[in-house]
Design a protein around this ligand. Structure first.
Ligand code: C5P
Length: 220
């Protein structure tokens, strides 16, 4: 097996609106990787928990509600999406202002992260079973907690103005600075640049330039 045909795990972390999703999707197309957006996982659980009437401060209720949620995976093109009881919620539902305002609170709850830990790690086997050349997983703790042994780890960042502009273009109401602050300061799996990760400043670059730069590192 040549180095380029070996199954690869690529971790992409960074704050909100730093370009993780567009970059990871682009790389998944270019390099035949399965793409996983773990932000969508936390959004999906937040959506389900809010629907069940759970509050982010009540961990015992959250644990009880989580035990009723059966996780499943749906492959759509190159993306693996999380479903609950075999239903993948609509993007409009998991990206609503209510979910935006609550997702970091639920993501800080240890039981919520625990529910996703084994599931997220198991996606490497699903990518292998579906004959992808590798897995690209994006989030906040992929290179630090989920796949500290990833073949490549990247940490994306961008200036505040660029990030706000990106969200505005997507028409989203989202306090990215407040979410980042909560994500960086929580006790369990805080947002950090993993040791040894390659940092990429996406602010001054176009999406194509970011993809080109990262693909170049992976292929070199
Ligand atoms: O990536 P996105 O902005 O959609 O993520 C939504 C939220 O999910 C983040 O603000 C964070 O609170 C949580 N998250 C996380 N760990 C990950 C991915 C996302 O805590 N690996």
């Amino acid at each position: 097996m040549t180095e380029s045909s070996r199954f690869k795990i690529i971790a992409v972390d960074g704050g909100a609106a730093t370009g993780k999703s567009s970059t990871s999707r682009g790389l998944s197309e270019q390099l035949s990787l399965m793409h996983v957006d773990t932000g969508a996982h936390y959004r999906t659980l937040t959506y389900a928990l809010l629907k069940a009437g759970a509050h982010s401060e009540n961990e015992s209720d959250i644990i009880q509600q989580l035990s009723k949620l059966k996780l499943s995976t749906q492959i759509e093109g190159r993306s693996a999406r999380l479903g609950i009881d075999s239903v993948v919620p609509a993007d409009a539902d998991i990206r609503s202002p209510e979910v935006n305002a609550n997702v970091s609170k639920f993501a800080a709850v240890a039981a919520v992260r625990q529910k996703l830990f084994d599931y997220q790690r198991s996606l490497a086997d699903i990518a292998r079973q579906h004959d992808f050349s590798g897995l690209i997983m994006e989030g906040r703790d992929i290179g630090s907690v989920i796949f500290p042994d990833a073949d490549y780890r990247f940490f994306l960042h961008a200036d505040e103005a660029t990030r706000a502009e990106r969200r505005a273009k997507e028409g989203q109401t989202d306090s990215i600075a407040a979410r980042d602050k909560m994500d960086k300061t929580r006790k369990t799996a805080p947002l950090v640049c993993p040791d040894g990760a390659t940092q990429v400043d996406t602010g001054p670059l176009t999406l194509e330039e970011v993809i080109h730069k990262i693909a170049g590192i992976i292929n070199s």
